[in-house]
Design a protein around this ligand. Sequence first.
Ligand code: TMP
Length: 201
Amino acid sequence: MRGKLITLEGMDGAGKSTHIPSIIQLLESRGLEVVSTREPGGTPLGEKLRELLLNEAMHPETETLLMFAARREHIATVIEPALARGAWVLSDRFTDATYAYQCGGRGVSAEKVIALEQWVQGDLQPDATLLFDVPVEVSVSRLASARMPDKFERESAEFFTKIRNAYLQRASENPARFRLINSNQALEAVQANVKEIVMAL
Ligand code: TMP
């Protein structure tokens, strides 16, 4: 049986990555093989592209194209083979991040991203997307204490407001796929919410 693709999304500072170990544990306790991965990255080439994407200034469309180049490699060499052998793939970010950051944040046209999505993914879409949502002030104050902020983490509150709005818009357009998580609660409460969602999957 084909596996499922579960993606985690949210602004920088939304706290999504904290929940990865417990999600893996939950799925493995059900006897599933889990492949935990991330974007940009997830392959040796993708990790090299990630270095560039997180550190180098570039034109917004160059950024979009490199995100999709990394994604093509990721799908071809990691995601598709895993799904085909029945594993569940947990990806820390996927294409919704491109809609949020490159379209919402940088103003790249959605038509261009739709065309790239079609080319790179064909019919592949996440089976479920957990969107960790926090108010922009919370995200910005968490990022202010980050030791070595990357190119995206150094962005303004105005940029993050666009990211958050774009994510919420994506969620409202794809209600069957998205699970919205209020990440501005005590960690135990968020954990309980995540557990409930994952068990239901
Ligand atoms: P991370 O901090 O969650 O690992 O993600 C790395 C950064 O890359 C994050 O700031 C969001 C950004 N990003 C995009 O701008 N577009 C994309 O398509 C992806 C996957 C990530």
